[in-house]
Design a protein around this ligand. Structure first.
Ligand code: URA
Ligand code: SF4
Length: 237
């Protein structure tokens, strides 16, 4: 609801004014990074501008914006959920334990990480304190929507052949709320202007597997999904 609409409702339905005020507050917090995107974006200008983003409340909790990085015209773009503890401190995506696992799986699938671009659906670390530790908290739909313009701009500038969603947050951001990674992982789907998208699990879910056997199995399935991606880019050459 715009301020004008809110004013109209307040004048015509004065008894609803507290509802209107609540809605207006909600609109204020439901921001978007859209206004910050430069008119002819480059990776450098995006990264620089994103440093100052306050489009949702997460900027205050994280140490810094963790923007995507990687090869300028990468054929593959990986999209995770949000930076973790180590990424937040270092300012780089997928450099913690999940990143180490991703690197291993990429090597097994024959994909060179240096030729890819790696980013996240949300660019700030969302966490809650538990003792001295910072515990990962899932970003909500308002935060994902607020951050989406950065991801869209990255896709536009890098122009990858294939986008790989790592986990449900990235998949639901790009493929919609009805997408189910468990049922549709590894499928090659069309995305926008001639691109393709493949969704798979988040590497952190493999780290959380309850025992060595299931961890091994999950890793093999993850590598299989990445081999699907490797085939697409090999086929495009
Ligand atoms: N998990 C993510 O989704 N992204 C990172 O960058 C690190 C961990
Ligand atoms: Fe901006 Fe995204 Fe950080 Fe929210 S999470 S402040 S939208 S960069």
């Amino acid at each position: 609801m715009s301020g004008l609409q809110a004013g109209w409702v307040r004048r015509n339905f004065p008894q609803r004014s507290c509802i209107v005020a609540a809605m207006a507050r909600k609109v204020q917090t439901a921001g978007s990074a859209a206004d910050l995107i430069p008119s002819h974006p480059t990776l450098e200008s995006l990264q620089k501008t994103a440093k100052g983003c306050k489009a949702c409340d997460l900027w205050a909790r994280g140490t810094q914006t963790v923007f995507g990085e990687g090869a300028r015209n990468a054929e593959v773009m990986f999209v995770g959920e949000q930076p973790g503890d180590k990424e937040d401190l270092e300012g780089k995506p997928f450099v913690g334990p999940a990143g180490v696992l991703l690197d291993k799986a990429l090597a097994e699938a024959g994909i060179d990480r240096r030729k890819t671009y790696v980013t996240n659906a949300v660019k700030h670390f969302k966490w809650d304190p538990r003792g001295k530790r910072r515990i990962h908290e899932k970003p909500d739909s308002i935060e994902i929507a607020a951050c989406r313009p950065w991801l869209d701009a990255e896709i536009e500038v890098v122009s990858p052949e294939v986008i790989v969603c790592l986990g449900a947050t990235a998949a639901q951001a790009l493929l919609g709320g009805n997408f189910r990674v468990t049922q549709q992982r590894g499928q090659v789907l069309p995305f926008g202007d001639g691109r393709r998208v493949v969704a798979t699990v988040h590497p952190s879910s493999i780290l959380r597997a309850p025992d060595e056997d299931s961890r091994h199995q999950e890793m093999q399935r993850f590598i299989e999904d990445l081999r699907v991606v490797a085939k697409i880019i090999d086929g495009a050459k």
